[in-house]
Design a binder for this molecule. Structure first.
Ligand code: MTE
Length: 325
């Protein structure tokens, strides 16, 4: 096993083998035309106009009535707005870190609807504003640790997921929550390719979804969520690797099965359902005990549950976290 301690992992280091094979196979077949078309669609002069638009579109509207939450991480320097909005993973807009900033201007976060389905007394399709209105808008500063071993500190603005779930009145059969994100190739150019199975899906066990730390983020730095960070609404679970944070959610399902999340489907030996930050369990191809905080020079130690053990460890008592990665 190759263990690399480079300060930064490149996409070629993290891309699971199946993804590479699929991409190669894809390029060699008729489907390659679609990838070619998407690549062409994202190349200049498109990129040049995207650049100009990205500059103007990066800042959203100021959010009113945001309360500071006592659940915030304290004492850590915030990652700059610029870094949070220019170093992203959002494969619907390409797989390089700067692709989402260049290309996410395609996304139209309004009008937007969220559908609630499954084992719940209150279900239906809600307009975005109607959906978030009953809940407090809270600023929650959280560490975000990506599975690729970099991290950030982000001042999210979000609504408590536990309040949202409770408002649906789940029935006892609801054991898990599945988050389905947007499938809209007209606004998400890379969805015309097969770099991931679309739409991007994530899931939580019911007690995880009801943990007070989990939020649905609708903004950051007191502004509406920039497109590249998952506008208009995305999941944030700070004790888990960043890939759990599904962006641009359109459907929330209360289900009785453990949902198959996208990266688990892509590479089951590398990515699991739980994805709890765990310095003691390495990724099969690299270590997980240290991280590079974006904006810092020296690496820092990765903390168990990303430093949120006091609030979340009890949910996993008795579980083998090497098996349940
Ligand atoms: N959500 C969607 N819809 N598509 C994606 O490709 N990438 C995930 C997650 N949510 C992804 C997604 C991954 S791998 C990470 S690390 C985080 O978003 C990155 O969030 P950020 O770009 O806001 O830092």
């Amino acid at each position: 096993m190759l263990i690399r301690k480079a300060p930064d992992l490149r996409f070629s280091d993290i891309t699971p083998k199946p993804l590479y094979l699929r991409r190669r196979e894809f390029l060699q077949t008729a489907g390659g035309a679609a990838l070619g078309a998407a690549a062409a669609a994202m190349a200049p002069p498109f990129a040049a106009s995207a650049n100009a638009q990205a500059k103007t579109a990066a800042h959203g509207a100021k959010l009113a009535d945001v309360k500071k939450s006592p659940l915030s991480t304290t004492g850590e320097m915030l990652t700059s707005f610029d870094d949070i909005t220019s170093y992203n993973n959002f494969y619907e807009y390409g797989y390089e870190k700067d692709d989402p900033k260049q290309n996410a201007w395609h996304l139209k976060p309004r009008p937007w609807t969220i559908t609630v389905e499954g084992y719940a007394a209150r279900k239906g399709t809600f307009g975005f504003d109607e959906f978030i209105k009953p809940f407090p808008l809270e600023e929650r500063v959280y560490r975000m640790r990506c599975v690729e071993a970099w991290s950030m500190v982000i001042p999210w603005v979000g609504i408590p997921l536990k309040d949202v779930i409770a408002s649906f009145q789940p029935t006892p059969q609801a054991k898990y929550v599945e988050f389905v994100t947007a499938f809209n190739p007209a606004q998400m150019p890379a969805q015309t390719t097969r770099i991931l199975p679309w739409p991007y899906v994530e899931g939580l066990r019911m007690d995880e979804a009801m943990n007070p730390l989990a939020i649905l983020a609708v903004g950051l730095y007191e502004e509406t969520l920039p497109n590249q960070d998952g506008a208009p609404i995305r999941l944030v679970t700070p004790w888990k690797y960043g890939f759990k944070g599904g962006k641009s959610i359109v459907k929330i399902r209360l289900v009785d099965y453990q949902p198959k999340n996208t990266w688990q489907v892509m590479a089951p030996a590398e990515y699991g359902f739980y994805a709890n930050v765990n310095p003691n369990v390495n990724h099969p191809r690299w270590r997980q005990d240290s991280e590079r905080r974006i904006g810092e020079f020296f690496r820092r130690k990765t903390l168990m549950f990303n430093g949120y053990a006091d609030q979340v460890a009890s949910m996993y008592t008795g579980m083998d976290l090497k098996k349940n990665y």
